[in-house]
Design a protein around this ligand. Structure first.
Ligand SMILES: NC(=O)c1ccc[n+]([C@@H]2O[C@H](COP(=O)([O-])OP(=O)(O)OC[C@H]3O[C@@H](n4cnc5c(N)ncnc54)[C@H](OP(=O)(O)O)[C@@H]3O)[C@@H](O)[C@H]2O)c1
Length: 172
């Protein structure tokens, strides 16, 4: 099922009314999350490609700067969909934490987002290796220490897109 649609966030985060500063509300009230951008998927290759980026979805739904004070965790934030999600969600103003199995990549991404994003929230990488339950528990503990025990949105993204993706190791 791997395809271009899986590399883009297509869901509408837009609530029906003014509660757009509440991420739980927004995500639970999507009328039909796949339809808002359906027409833009007609020409997915070349110059006709108008598929929305994750940041565009944030902008279109008018949630940039609206989620201040909320805490988001994205697992596997160092590559692909996770990295795009981290970058886009930071625009909401929320504090965004993401896990990295390679902290060098994690620190690099956090610095990049800090330099590019207009979001005022924190952005931090937390070490987590899915191969170790102890590492997962330690990451959860670190997150709760950093966030003061709060977590509003959890995006369980870390994983392998395919068997051929079964490469790499974990390193602090
Ligand atoms: N791409 C698709 O077409 C597709 C389709 C359906 C579902 N998905 C799912 O969507 C998610 C993201 O896919 P993607 O294409 O963005 O993949 P990706 O570019 O390979 O990114 C996967 C992320 O998970 C991390 N990760 C992988 N193995 C890990 C481990 N053992 N411990 C800790 N972190 C680990 C990676 O770390 P590194 O940066 O260090 O590699 C990376 O941050 C995956 O769960 C995948 O199964 C993808």
């Amino acid at each position: 099922m791997a395809g271009p649609q899986h590399h883009r966030i297509t869901a509408s985060l837009k609530p029906a009314h003014s509660l757009s500063n509440n991420p739980s509300f927004c995500l639970s009230t999507m009328a039909n999350p796949l339809n808002p951008y359906a027409a833009l998927y007609e020409h997915p290759k070349g110059p006709g490609d108008q598929r929305p980026t994750a940041i565009r979805v944030i902008q279109d739904n008018n949630v940039a700067g609206k989620w201040r004070g909320n805490v988001i965790l994205v697992t596997g934030g160092t590559s692909g969909i996770g990295a795009a999600t981290v970058r886009a969600l930071h625009e909401t103003g929320a504090d965004v934490y993401f896990t990295a199995r390679d902290m060098g990549k994690g620190v690099q991404l956090a610095e990049k987002v800090r330099g590019q994003s207009s979001g005022a929230g924190k952005i931090e990488a937390i070490f987590m290796c899915l191969d170790s339950l102890e590492s997962v528990k330690a990451a959860a503990s670190t997150l709760l220490n950093l966030s003061g025990g709060r977590l509003n949105v959890l995006i369980n993204n870390a994983g392998r897109p395919s068997i051929s993706g079964m490469v790499g190791s974990c390193s602090r």
